[in-house]
Design a protein around this ligand. Structure first.
Ligand code: GMT
Length: 373
């Protein structure tokens, strides 16, 4: 198959899923064209059968807002006409599903698939400034997938969508993501033998990074811990401020964006994710694959990912409960080992091979149904 993958290139779950899926499809012999405004960060390094096409938007004094949707659509049309695409797979509905729809108006033989990831539905997409066009674009996609049952239900609840939505959960490469203990690195972060709590995100308000700092302050009343904050985003300054106010400068380490998470996850004892919304929680799944138990909020798709053997879920505002669970999981080595093994076992349910098969099958099904139509 000849597939165009449209995604955001920056740090964030939808770009990660799009990149890993595209790479897996290329490894299976398909021809994969990534289309975005920058090279997605998980695509660095040559891989056969992957071609990156950069979307450039011309500037003009009249354009207060450069028309990215048009430039993206134009690139897709070019590819469909001259590169002969079978499928355009848009990850994250805004604005990618709209560009796919427009491209199909010019090249009707191309099949369009949209994968809904989360905030495109729960936060931004349902804003009245976008909701009409996003409903329309979802309804006009030839195939639609969502990364969790919860996200599918939210889509039906918030939009006038009348198409079937296939749930294909996110996945993890279980070979790449496994615990690789490194006592030396562990000592660098926790020289006094403290436990290590980790949080990985794009530091947007929905992730509630300030709550992560608060929870760690509460854990420290019972257990010496260090917090590794991995990632970057708009809430970094506020998280630094709260860290200072709580007198936690020594205990909280801001390590910034990191491409390779496995070394960091491999020294961690617990992953904290107190998000206000989380359609799936890919970062939690990657941590679980590395044997890191999760304490998170009971929202969105998180209950579909974290079970009672791999971690604990609490109501969003229950920071005290999250701190208590964290202390219970980390205080006793035997308890921690049970959760760590449970986390890895649960992650094995989201094996990349099996879920890439599900996408490949979905592509074939939609292609067959469109061609038969
Ligand atoms: O908000 C983010 O974390 C970024 C966003 C994205 O699209 O990059 O993440 C969403 O998609 C991920 C991949 O499917 C999911 O694992 C995240 O749970 C989801 N984020 C939210 O729903 C807040």
């Amino acid at each position: 198959m000849r597939i165009a993958v449209v995604c955001y290139p920056s740090y964030g779950g939808s770009g990660v899923v799009a990149s890993e899926l595209g790479k897996a499809m290329a490894a299976r012999g398909h021809q994969v064209h990534f289309v975005s405004y920058e090279l997605p960060f998980r695509l660095r390094g040559y891989q056969h059968a992957i071609i990156f096409h950069q979307v450039e938007v011309p500037t003009y004094p009249l354009f207060k807002y450069p028309p990215y949707v048009l430039a993206l659509t134009n690139k897709l049309v070019e590819l469909a006409r001259y590169g002969c695409l079978d499928i355009i797979h848009a990850h994250y509905a805004i604005p990618h599903a709209v560009s796919s729809y427009l491209a199909k108006q010019l090249v009707p033989e191309v099949v369009t698939i949209t994968t809904l990831h989360g905030t495109d539905i729960t936060l931004v997409g349902s804003d009245p400034s976008f909701s009409e066009i996003i409903s329309f674009a979802i309804n006009r996609s030839d195939g639609v997938t969502a990364v969790s049952r919860s996200l599918r239900a939210e889509t039906y609840r918030r939009f006038t969508v009348h198409r079937p939505i296939r749930v294909i959960p996110n996945f993890v490469d279980l070979q790449a993501y496994r615990r690789r203990p490194n006592p030396e690195l562990r000592r660098c972060f926790a020289p006094g033998g403290e436990k290590i709590v980790i949080h990985v995100s794009n530091f947007r308000p929905v992730k509630r990074v300030l709550a992560v700092v608060e929870i760690v302050a509460q854990i420290r009343e019972y257990l010496p811990v260090r917090l590794l904050l991995v990632g970057d985003g708009p809430d970094v300054p506020a998280a630094r401020r709260r860290t200072r106010e709580l007198g936690l400068e020594e205990a909280v380490l801001f390590v910034g964006r990191q491409d390779d998470l496995v070394p960091l996850l491999s020294v961690a004892d617990l992953f904290l994710l107190p998000s206000a919304q989380e359609s799936f929680g890919l970062a939690a799944l990657e941590a679980m694959a590395c044997g890191v138990p999760v304490v998170a909020s009971r929202v969105g798709g998180l209950p579909e990912v974290v079970d009672e053997h791999s971690g604990r879920l609490h109501e969003v505002e229950d920071l005290e409960g999250m701190a208590r669970s964290a202390v219970q999981i980390m205080s006793e080595q035997g308890v921690w080992e049970d959760y760590s093994e449970g986390a890895r076992r649960r992650a094995e349910q989201f094996d990349a091979q099996r879920l890439v098969d599900a996408y490949e099958e979905f592509y074939r099904e939609i292609l067959a149904s469109r061609r038969g139509a």
